[in-house]
Design a protein around this ligand. Structure first.
Ligand code: ADP
Ligand code: NA
Length: 330
């Protein structure tokens, strides 16, 4: 039996992925390739929904792709590609735009969150229709499942609604994708502001651990992570969000349960504990950084890998679009 197909995308919006991206996406994608026919996409078309400089976009797209391979995605098994290399994404997005109601699109809460920063009327129409492009990404590949965190559930619902609507109106064309609920790594929080999500839009770089960062700064950031004034290493989200976050990080990176860690660090104070967390981060990130640097220094190799991915993706996307065009009446 064929393996179920999974599709997931990530935006090239920073010069490095951070620990939240690594635990919440990259590492889980690597695991999924063992059991699934996996399609992973660097979604550069999504990145321009907010103003983006061309040189930065080009650089970040390559850095993002290199990190995916460096983190363990195997180009033999997974289809790793850049969204804009496959023109069918924009074509299907247009068709789906024409099937989406204004009210339906307006209910997407992520637009409200994302546009709040600059005001709804200054936001681009692209940011508004972002979930429809995302639906096209998924439906083009006839994905059976889509790894989603809580913030993406609404978008997947829209994708399913659009697939059903198209199938009903024009005849059976799209596979209905089911959510693949990601392992609860839960949220990794900001080291300086431990009740806020670690995010590239964090207010201070000291709060974020970047995959491509050198060991020195990584260690420094962990050692300077904000904690409470106590000294006990215990898991207590409400009263000790900083220590709880570091426990989650340690546990996720080493596979040691939080209960075991709490027992091990009993009576040892924060310093010893933080040192171990820092080492776990450095050990995880160093080989990924080194492989990323190697790939980025060899332009033709990265181009070759991305051309293989784009070729495989295009084969599937074009097959879908032949049907779509025929049914729509083009
Ligand atoms: P950011 O919040 O930095 O903008 P994105 O929203 O682009 O990151 O997220 C890309 C992927 O990384 C998503 O799959 C998301 O669930 C995951 N992710 C981002 N931040 C975290 C975090 N702090 N903890 C766990 N997963 C995260
Ligand atoms: Na985000």
């Amino acid at each position: 039996m064929a393996r179920p197909r999974v599709l997931s995308g990530i935006q090239p919006t920073a010069d490095s992925f951070h620990l939240g991206n690594y635990l919440g996406a990259l590492r889980q994608w690597v695991t999924l390739q063992e059991t699934h026919d996996a399609f992973y996409c660097v979604v550069d078309l999504h990145a321009i929904t907010v103003p983006t400089e061309a040189a930065a976009l080009r650089r970040r797209t390559r850095v993002a792709a290199a990190q995916l391979f460096a983190a363990g995605l195997d180009p033999e098994r997974s289809t790793v590609f850049v969204q804009s290399h496959v023109r069918e994404h924009t074509e299907l997005a247009w068709v789906l735009n024409c099937l989406t109601g204004m009210g339906e699109a307006a209910r997407m809460t992520q637009f409200k969150d994302k546009s709040a920063k600059f005001g709804e009327s200054a936001a681009s129409v692209g940011l508004f229709t972002y979930p429809i492009l995302q639906a096209a990404d998924i439906l083009l590949y006839q994905a059976n499942s889509v790894p989603v965190g809580a913030d993406q559930k609404q978008h997947l619902e829209l994708t399913r609604d659009l697939a059903q609507r198209f199938n009903h109106r024009y005849g059976d064309t799209f596979t209905l994708p089911a959510p693949h609920i990601l392992k609860e790594v839960e949220k990794i929080t900001d080291l300086q502001e431990p009740t806020a999500k670690m995010s590239k839009s964090s207010s201070s770089p000291a709060g974020i651990l970047d995959v491509l960062e050198q060991p020195g700064p990584l260690r420094k950031k962990v050692m300077r992570a904000v904690t409470d004034t106590g000294s006990e290493v215990v898991f207590d989200e409400a009263n000790k969000p900083g220590i709880s976050n570091l426990l989650r990080i340690h546990s996720a990176l080493t596979g040691t349960s939080i209960a075991e860690l709490v027992a091990r660090f009993d009576g040892q104070g924060y310093g010893t504990f933080k040192k171990e967390v820092a080492e776990a981060v450095v050990e995880t990130f160093t080989p990924i950084r080194e492989r990323t640097e190697k790939l980025l220094s060899d332009e033709t190799e990265l181009d070759r890998l991305l051309a293989i991915g784009a070729g495989r993706a295009r084969d599937v996307a074009q097959r879908t679009m032949v049907q779509v065009r025929d049914r729509v009446g083009f």
